[in-house]
Design a protein around this ligand. Sequence first.
Ligand code: HEC
Ligand code: HEC
Ligand code: HEC
Length: 207
Amino acid sequence: MNETNRPGLVRRLLRALFSPSARWSVFALLLVGLVVGAGSVIGTQVAVAVSGTDEFCGTTCHSHEKFVYPEHKLSLHYANRTGVRPACVDCHVPHSYPAELIVKARAGATDAYAELRGTIATQAKFDHERWRLANIVWDEMRANNSANCRTCHNPAAMDAMKQSEDAVSQHKKFAAGKATCIDCHTGVAHKNPEPPKEIEKAAQASK
Ligand code: HEC
Ligand code: HEC
Ligand code: HEC
């Protein structure tokens, strides 16, 4: 047999894929399609749920277990009067498809790579990087009008009688579209990071 005249593997595979099936009924093919489709939908949902717990986000990576999660635990967004506890994903991952999957896939890849490289593996490295990291979060929140905050906090549901005068007058800026939650409320789940210059100044002053 002349080997050189045989079509290559890729070409044979493509031909098999695109020629009508003689062996399988349309029903069987539909069934396979349905099972594979349902399998991927359920698989994605399970993956999103498993990778969306505070346990996963807060302890899978050494850096988050050591520096990030403990700070969250000290904040009002961990334990409060009403017992509503926002999870990491409530603030950090979009609440709609497909944005949720895209952000999770992107963050999963970049964060895993940074963790392997040890970008924020020590307290000093974390302190050095957190201003940059916080700014990424702030930029996102400014761009989407603090959408994640507003999944829980609805300005229309705020009772002005129960808020301080300061809060009420400042919140008018939100209604007027002049500012968004994150412009005024930073550091609500972590320590408010300081800009690098301030850190340097503080270091100089303590010498
Ligand atoms: C899962 C729901 C949820 C999300 C998401 C959420 N919060 Fe809250 N927030 C709460 C709860 C619950 C409290 C505490 C209410 C109480 O008991 O007084 C609170 C309290 C606050 C307070 C009051 C702090 C104080 O000292 O009294 C501010 C300000 C605030 N949140 C801002 C934000 C901002 C900004 C975001 C987005 C980055 C955000 N929240 C996201 C639920 C949420
Ligand atoms: C222009 C600045 C500004 C913006 C924008 C803003 N806030 Fe505030 N907010 C304040 C100030 C100032 C206070 C009062 C702080 C205090 O009394 O300690 C406050 C108080 C609060 C409180 C506590 C209320 C209380 O009396 O216990 C919550 C919750 C809150 N803001 C949530 C939000 C959310 C959610 C958004 C976005 C929808 C938002 N704020 C937008 C400035 C702002
Ligand atoms: C209530 C909303 C909220 C919750 C809950 C929350 N974060 Fe954040 N996170 C923020 C905001 C806002 C910033 C930007 C910096 C700031 O203002 O504190 C931030 C910043 C960060 C940063 C950048 C470094 C830094 O400290 O600024 C990391 C990493 C992070 N969050 C991870 C987490 C993880 C992991 C959890 C859960 C254990 C979590 N966050 C829970 C709102 C939240």
